[in-house]
Design a protein around this ligand. Structure first.
Ligand SMILES: [Zn+2]
Ligand SMILES: [Zn+2]
Length: 226
């Protein structure tokens, strides 16, 4: 097992049982020569073709980054955290969940698992220092939770302002205007000031913040305009 070499790549050509795979990095020939030194048998390889729906390595890394932040703050053992979130997932969906190699879970499954973990992070005020490199499928939920828990979406600071994000309120009367027609972002004092100094376009380019629309109930609960 020790000397197996794993590569990933893309299938370029199929001609009957002859398959051409372009690997993502060059073969480690030096290593192969060492392993095969004096060996005269066939050079064998396993091929496992990925299900395009199956979750990505980035999702696995993101999940572990989230769990790691919870571990750092709570000291809860990693396995216990994993069990808890897997249990929550099963309770919610009735389906099994796993991030192991042979897992049959899809991108959507892991995106939901990550939203469950994000929910825990926000509801328990688990600090995150530099914000997250949030994956595309989790971005809306992330920015939404930042707003409802008033957490700065850039630096994680508490008691953030809720900013009318893409379109300023301007001279409109904040008591009578229809706030469901606006999008919002949670920004701490510092980042809020920076946004107004830079202007929306430069700010978006710098931080990749997404504005989120809210329904009437949430707007009321957050006392936006009230
Ligand atoms: Zn901030
Ligand atoms: Zn503002």
């Amino acid at each position: 097992m020790l000397n197996n070499l794993d590569y990933t790549g893309k299938i370029k050509r199929i001609d009957g049982d002859l398959v051409t795979v372009q690997i993502n990095e060059p073969l480690n020939l030096e290593r192969l020569q060492t392993v095969y030194n004096g060996y005269t048998g066939d050079r064998e390889a396993d091929i496992r073709i990925r299900d395009p729906r199956s979750f990505s390595p980035e999702q696995r890394a993101f999940t572990f980054a989230l769990l790691n932040d919870i571990f750092n703050y709570t000291g809860q053992p990693f396995e216990a955290l994993k069990d808890m979130f897997y249990w929550k997932y099963r309770l919610l969906t009735g389906k099994q969940i796993s991030l192991a190699d042979l897992s049959e879970n899809t991108k959507d499954d892991i995106a939901l698992l990550d939203n469950i973990i994000l929910d825990f992070i926000f509801e328990n005020h688990i600090p995150f220092k530099k914000g997250y490199d949030v994956l595309p499928m989790n971005r809306s939920y992330y920015f939404y939770k930042c707003i409802t828990t008033r957490t700065c979406c850039i630096c994680g600071k508490a008691n953030a302002d809720i900013d009318h994000f893409s379109k300023a309120l301007g001279r409109r009367d904040r008591k009578t205007v229809d706030h469901t027609q606006f999008d919002f972002a949670a920004l701490c004092r510092e980042h809020h000031t920076e946004k107004h100094n830079l202007g929306i376009t430069n700010f978006k380019n710098k931080y990749h913040v997404e504005g989120i629309r809210l329904n009437q109930e949430t707007i009321k609960k957050l006392r936006i305009g009230g």
